[in-house]
Design a protein around this ligand. Sequence first.
Ligand SMILES: Nc1ncnc2c1ncn2[C@@H]1O[C@H](COP(=O)(O)OP(=O)(O)OP(=O)(O)O)[C@@H](O)[C@H]1O
Ligand SMILES: [Mg+2]
Length: 224
Amino acid sequence: MTVHIITGTNTDVGKTIATAALAVRLHTTGRAVTVVKPAQTGEPEGQGDLTTVRRLVGETVTTVEFARYPEPLAPNLSARRAGLRQLDLVETAAKIRDLDAPGRTVLVEGAGGLLVRIADDWTIADLAADLAAPVTVVTSLGLGSLNSAALTVEAARRRGIGVTGLIGGCLPPDPDLATRLNLRELPEVTGVPLLGCIPQGAGNLDPEKFARVAEHLDAEPFSR
Ligand SMILES: Nc1ncnc2c1ncn2[C@@H]1O[C@H](COP(=O)(O)OP(=O)(O)OP(=O)(O)O)[C@@H](O)[C@H]1O
Ligand SMILES: [Mg+2]
């Protein structure tokens, strides 16, 4: 099965941009890609992470969203407050398994970080465990990032979840001292490789330029 879970050290670290970059890289190697956002919160109709992915990648990517809740909160809280049905873990895992096919990679973007509740009784870590799918951790790069990346990787491993590696979600053109050092320290403290970094501003590029930026990302582990 080629399903990969894209999680992050926090919300807003660049999971969506990193997911789009992986999709572009995989397309150039001839793979079909489906991006799944199980639960999208806080976005009006016609907007959201999958819209961003399609804008950056182009229409070659297939996107699937299972639930949408109005307020920008953890999905379970947003669902509860709106009186909307929460996603069921078994059902969600089954739907994702159905999307899996030879020659295709399914990238599943969580909401926020690893232990954010998608529904009251499950997190994206539970989904990864159920699917036996590895996680990739999109991380911030500045001061404080070593701790949050290490915590996330450790929490995944404690649950028996494989960790493919880290992706720096937003690398500034003129990184400060902590960021420069972290590029080397992140693999040391987490024990997993840094697969690449997304340059700051990449989220605003057109698909052609975005594809060039994505070339620096090691997407090879996502073909398996
Ligand atoms: N490399 C980048 N270049 C430009 N903008 C970026 C970059 N990384 C992140 N951003 C911006 O930061 C914000 C958060 O990025 P993104 O949506 O990818 O984060 P996320 O981790 O997917 O957040 P969420 O938990 O809401 O899904 C967005 O407005 C995005 O445009
Ligand atoms: Mg996102």
